[in-house]
Design a protein around this ligand. Structure first.
Ligand code: ADP
Ligand code: NA
Length: 352
């Protein structure tokens, strides 16, 4: 059977925000005690859109500092930046030749990011999901904790793993590299090389919305959205942004159903729940019937209480560039030690 293993990554593309923290980074921490964990700073993904070279390294260190400050422990987890393990690029090329044009053309993130100027988008931005599949499968990772926006890309990763397993089924068997398929179907071979990865998209914070528009995702890539709570914001800024957050005139409902059709209210309740590590229902039991004028200060206090120690620690870590770089160097060596034998197998399977 496949050894359970977690892989996830965050792009070093500018300000980390509350969505990245609650939807991804903070969820990495408890997983470290459950199975082997690999957390990457995916700088090769970042350059699918233009990045200033000097800024890129700075931002790579910033994401590393966020991981460490949130409690990702380099003794328990492998922490490294993607570009330092060349197997990602090598496997991505092979997956470029496994994935179909039609699969990638359906990806909504490409359509969103390329916008009206798809002809001018980089080829890398289009092929991004193949590199993401390579990130995961270079470690034959079985579990991937991410936000909801990555769901479609993870389905593509599963499709790539399945097509590879099918296309090369005889060869995998012949070379004795197969693992018994945990979910054999009449179409799938009984021995496979890549696991069909499980997405871990759970909890109240898998999709944190913008504080000024409950229908838009809180995102790094919208510089005009000043409502975004950044992990480098100080306490006053966090409080101000929550105070200004868009709401509706009604009180909070006492049951989860009552949040339906109230995207902004739902978002704030989910943020509260995630920060407090409680369920939405539980939060509404406490705050149901109350106005936002009472709920917002409570949320603000909680956000500051939870985020301030983390962001202080993050700033402290960022100042110690040498230690951050040492973590990344050590992580890259440990990551390569897993990915190299996988690529050795893959090269034989493909016929190189
Ligand atoms: P961004 O989408 O902000 O550019 P990344 O693509 O680097 O950031 O995503 C890093 C992680 O943060 C991914 O797991 C992604 O799903 C998650 N994430 C990003 N935005 C949000 C959000 N608004 N709510 C929850 N999770 C998010
Ligand atoms: Na994203």
């Amino acid at each position: 059977a496949f050894q359970p293993r977690v892989f996830s990554g965050v792009q070093p593309t500018g300000n980390l925000h509350l969505g990245n923290y609650l939807g991804a980074i903070v969820r990495f921490v408890p997983l470290q005690d459950q199975m082997p964990t690999i957390f990457s700073i995916v700088d090769m993904h970042a350059i699918t859109v233009w990045q200033d070279p000097a800024e890129l390294m700075k931002q790579t260190r910033e994401v590393t500092a966020a991981y460490l400050a949130a409690g990702v422990d380099p003794k328990k987890s492998i922490i490294f930046n993607q570009s330092q393990v060349k197997e990602h690029a090598e496997l991505a090329w092979i997956f470029n030749c496994v994935a179909r044009m039609g699969w990638l053309k359906r990806m909504t993130q490409f359509k969103d990011k390329a916008g009206k100027h798809a002809e001018n988008a980089s080829v890398g931005l289009f092929a991004y999901p193949n590199l993401m599949a390579a990130d995961i499968l270079a470690y034959r990772a079985t579990h991937v904790p991410v936000g909801d926006d990555q769901k479609q890309h993870l389905e593509l990763t599963r499709d790539i793993a399945q097509k590879f397993n099918n296309d090369f089924a005889d060869r995998i068997k012949e070379l004795g590299l197969g693992v018994p398929n945990p979910e054999p179907t009449h179409e799938a071979p009984d021995e496979i090389y890549f696991p069909v990865t499980e997405p871990m998209i759970t909890g109240p914070a898998t999709r944190i919305m913008s504080l000024r528009d409950g229908n838009k995702k809180m995102s790094k890539s919208d510089p005009s959205d000043l409502s975004r709570i950044n992990l480098t914001d100080d306490q006053d800024t966090i409080a101000k942004k929550i105070k200004k957050a868009k709401t509706d005139p009604e009180a909070l409902p006492s049951e989860v159903d009552g949040l339906e059709g109230r995207a902004e209210a739902d978002n704030l309740v989910r943020i509260y729940a995630a920060l407090a590590n409680r369920t939405k229902a539980d939060v509404l039991t406490e705050f149901g019937g109350q106005q936002f004028s009472a709920f917002k200060p409570a949320l603000s206090e909680l956000a500051v209480e939870k985020l301030a120690p983390m962001t202080d620690e993050m700033r402290r870590i960022m100042d110690d560039t040498a230690s951050v770089d040492a973590v990344l160097r050590d992580g890259a060596e440990r990551a390569a030690a897993i990915a190299e034998p996988v690529l050795h197998d893959v090269r034989r399977i493909v016929g190189f």
